[in-house]
Design a protein around this ligand. Structure first.
Ligand code: 4NP
Length: 164
């Protein structure tokens, strides 16, 4: 079976998208689906290329059991649309920037990540960068739920077999 490739995108690739990357990776590992699903993250901006996740994001995630320290920021590129099947944006500005980059040949899903949480009250994952600790907790809450929804969606849509 062809691997399903998922790319999470935000602005800096140091707060929201690495958080989604680490949490979704954890879920995929828990369900023994690493051979079927590949995960990456990237930012639309270039300021933080090569940097580790923001220490506030990393600490908040680790406190819930998700390690982010293996991740490094990179910028999204048009070639990502050749590689990934799902390109998932954290907010509408990210989505607009990705839409502008999307080649006409892209046949995958480009959408807001929170669309995968059927009960989400928000459409966007708010940028926590200039705010306080509560913003990072909110990001984790939103991303945990959307990650569970995304995994359910992929399992059903691609008929993946879960470990019994
Ligand atoms: P992210 O957060 O898009 O969730 O990684 C941000 C990180 C850095 C900046 C803005 C947002 N910044 O302006 O440097």
């Amino acid at each position: 079976m062809k691997k399903i490739r998922v790319l999470f995108c935000c602005l800096g690739n140091i707060c929201r998208s690495p958080t989604a990357h680490g949490i979704f990776e954890h879920f995929v590992e828990q369900h023994d689906l690493t051979a079927q699903i590949e995960i990456d993250s990237a930012g639309t901006g270039d300021w933080h290329i090569g940097k580790a996740p923001d220490p506030r994001s990393a600490a908040a995630a680790l406190a819930r059991g998700y390690a982010l320290d293996h991740l490094r920021a990179r910028q999204v590129a048009p070639a990502d649309f050749d590689r990934f099947d799902y390109v998932l944006a954290m907010d509408r500005q990210n989505l607009a920037d990705l839409e502008a980059m999307r080649p006409v040949s892209f046949a995958g899903e480009l959408d807001l990540f929170l669309r995968y949480d059927p009960e989400a009250e928000l459409e966007e994952v708010p940028d926590p960068y200039y705010g306080g600790e509560q913003g990072f907790q909110h990001v984790l809450d939103l991303i945990e739920r959307a990650s569970a929804g995304l995994l359910n969606h992929l399992v059903e849509r691609h008929q993946l077999r879960l470990k019994s």
